[in-house]
Design a protein. Sequence first.
Length: 337
Amino acid sequence: MLIETQFLYESCLIEGNVPLADKNWFGTGGAAAHFVEPLYPQELRDAIQFAHENDHTVTILGSGANTLISDDGVDGVVIKSQMKDITYRDGGASVALVTAGAGATLDDVITFCLANHFLGLEEFSGIPGTVGGSVYINLHYFEFLLSQFLLEATVLDVVRGELMTVDNAWFAFGYNQSTLHAGTHILIDATFRVYKADAITDVFYAQGRRHEIMRHREKRYPSKNTCGSFFRNFHDDEVALEVNGRKAIWVAYYLDKIGVKGQLKVGGASVSYQHANMIVNDGSATTADIIGVARKMQELVRKEFGIVPQPECRLVGFDEYPLLNGSYPSTGSGRTR
Ligand SMILES: Cc1cc2nc3c(=O)[nH]c(=O)nc-3n(C[C@H](O)[C@H](O)[C@H](O)COP(=O)(O)OP(=O)(O)OC[C@H]3O[C@@H](n4cnc5c(N)ncnc54)[C@H](O)[C@@H]3O)c2cc1C
């Protein structure tokens, strides 16, 4: 690993020129100019203060499962939370309240829940990512949204440096949407409302369901060197086409029609043969290759249908937006998968 500098600023260790390719699921991209892994809120505060004092931008990274990092790397300070504690308290007769640090993976939270006989979150089994990234995007799988479980959270106000306890409504959740998108707050931890199992057989059922979901996902989707769905689904007002009396908002529908699945390739990046909305790195791709594939997908959909898919994947470190802009907002109520 190429670490050029390493120094202490107040309570936090700041490393310089840290490669990020091994910190995201595409496995591509350059280095972070400055990199911090805070274990406590105070370290996070100090990292933000360091960024403010030096006029650096701040980029928050979870496990990089929904992030594409520029080949030129990321200027400023990249912060990857290491706050991973998971605890619970009683929430009443049938309810438990599970609090997890932003740096914990959702998989860890589900494992913790099932070990303590708490049910609900297993519906998100097999989806990679941290609590921070999952709350940010309001993780979704079929009819389940993470916001259905979130009771409250602790966030850091980036400007004031203050910790706040906020409730579900504060997040203004939608599909792929939360207040965290504004970049004014960083998630420290989140508390989920889950259900105490009535009987041990309910736990066995939930464990079985978890394995079934993971098996199903493994068969249907690529599970590494990808960010999952690259483009978000369209919003109702972005599409005119109707299928069976419903607006055709599913981006994979259009991508399937133009026949990119397993066909379109640029360098080491290609559209997965399993899913028309997933781009995979064969191990040799650069971020430029992935952008090349994504742009081609946009161009083909625009040519055929007059609409331009917009990324669900977060693009980080690009001086200029590398994809085609649509004529509509890039976030909102589009539903994916
Ligand atoms: C194989 C595969 C399958 C997938 N399947 C699904 C799926 O079924 N459903 C689904 O919804 N997603 C899916 N995804 C996408 C991904 O799993 C989710 O978006 C996940 O929540 C990303 O978490 P992360 O920690 O990796 O976030 P990152 O990619 O690291 O970050 C994503 C965004 O969250 C922000 N962020 C991260 N932590 C914080 C924090 N503490 N405070 C504020 N902002 C923060 C980042 O700044 C960034 O903008 C899939 C991805 C892969 C690779």
